[in-house]
Design a binder for this molecule. Sequence first.
Ligand SMILES: O=C1CCCN[C@@H]1CCCn1cnc2ccccc2c1=O
Length: 511
Amino acid sequence: IIGITVSKAENFPQWYQEVVLKAEMIEYYTEISGFFIMRPATMYIWNTIRKWFQERIEAMGVDETSFPMFLSQKSLEKEKDHVEGFAPELAWVTKAGDKDLDVPVAVRPTSEAVMYPYYSKWIRSHRDLPFRLNQWNSVVRWEAKQTTPFLRAREFLWQEGHTAHLTEKQAGEEVLQILELYAGIYEQLLAVPVVRGRKTEAEKFAGGYYTTTVEGYIPSNGRGIQGATSHCLGQNFSKMFDITVEDPNEKGKHIHVWQNSWGLSTRVIGVMVMIHGDDKGLVLPPRIAKIQSILIPVGLTAKMSAEDKEKHLKHLDEIYQTLKKAGVRAEVDLRDGYTPAWKFNDWELKGVPLRIEFGPKDAAKDVVSYARRDTGEKGTIPIAELTTKVPEMLETIQQDMYNRAEAAYREHRLKITKWEEVVPALDAKNVVIIPHCLVPECEEKIKELTAGRSDDAAENVPEGQKAPSMGMKSLCIPFEQPEGLVKGETKCLNPECGRLAEQWCMFGRSY
Ligand SMILES: O=C1CCCN[C@@H]1CCCn1cnc2ccccc2c1=O
């Protein structure tokens, strides 16, 4: 069996790459770098997320749409001021066949510029509000940085919601409603805890008014990771694209609508793999596992008569049927020519949450033997109790996986009030929450001050090999603010800043 050849603790990047490849989630698209093939194991998870989210936004009155994947120079021009930062990531089509296009078109990196000229056309009266569309699609951003499966790819799947409202208040309510759904995808489906908060001015979507975010944490390297964002765009885009309605209270007067845009991508799958995986491979939370329980016959030795073997497998099939009826996504592995041990490794690599073994010894006692993938715990379950015990155990696994990840995040999210404690905390794989002035220049300074010098003198590291550790960025201003910050008195923690602190702000090394 070709399992994972490195340990998660020893070589995290290599471990991650092996897991997504050997668990058959991803294939590298070697024709063009930065692109990945998403295989059935991945698409099952993505489709589970999509069904969960789609059902809930439909209940909110969001309709589905599908816009073209190309945008014109002209409409890009309308949002040029904030697009310039993104310009290097735009992929352009300049030819069709052997003919140059008179006007090159860009592949969408996001769809504001594609959609909003039509919002302008369709949204005329306040009765058209709230106007809400979402599309499930892929976008292209020609990343210059090193790509990683799920976390940073040049094309990824996401949903992008784009809504218009009459007032800032109505827009603001929806921003948070969607953010809670994003948190729900992480916490209820992926068993991944997230911190909810607002991005600082330096880290928000520049074209927007404010950005709310769910922030994850990767224990293996102590980095923060942006999980999904729900932006209030204010009236910025309705002014750029002339999206107005007649003022219901004042004839002849026009109001620029208040807009939101919100997106969650296949990045969420990478976060789940990184947090829950172990040295045997993927560990899937039961709620998003295509196979929740794999049934494997054991103890079928050669000296067993064909008749006894058949009887045993028939009994196993009854167990399988019982589990299916109980709503468990179960499969039976009857592959010939593979030992039980080989099968155990294979299904552990693929992250199946619960293994059920059934041999003659089990049959004699009317039990099955089980092994939990997350903890390795083994035991037996009376066959008569499978219908209740197996669904219960799957829910327990889901909850335990969340609780362990939540504890790891909580224990590595340190409230710090002494600057000299910051870098040691980062080096110990923590993210920090510090009193901060929220001024962009100060964040830049903090990034410099916390970037580790490449201390080549460090033990047994060849000259110039030790990469300088990156500085910390702001991750979010947590909605849940700790105690102890006295407005007008508490100083920003950056010793070179000197300003007063506005709020507690979470910082960390990040993706
Ligand atoms: O996040 C979201 C959620 C979904 C809808 N769009 C917003 C904002 C996207 C911000 N963004 C991100 N990368 C880009 C890359 C190239 C051009 C433009 C952009 C760009 O506007």
